[in-house]
Design a protein. Sequence first.
Length: 132
Amino acid sequence: MTDDKVAKSVAQKIARLVADRDLDALREVYTPDACIWHSSDDKEKTVEESLEFLAEQLSLTTKVWFEGQKVTPTPSGYVDQHYVCAVLTTGDEVRIPIVFVVTLEGERLKRLDDYATFAPLAPAIAAQSEGA
């Protein structure tokens, strides 16, 4: 079983780095060969591909934060149930329910399965498309 302190520490670090938009530091949280799966497109991504996807999502926001983070250790890592909240470039505020199922290698992510719906971002995506 993953140590509760390790699970919570890694989960909180990810939340902080996303909120700070520090993708370089976030890259270091992953093992070099980590695999990231997103329910939004049902594809496995490399760390770089996943960070590119995250950067695209962050470009639709002016502020991001996590709320209600519930971290449950598992034998191989942890499950993190939370909300990603954001102020969109349109001025709208959204709250997206997300579940991460994480496999750790030490204190680094070896695999992350990301279950989320990005429907709340639709207004910002539409506005960005109109401005393109």
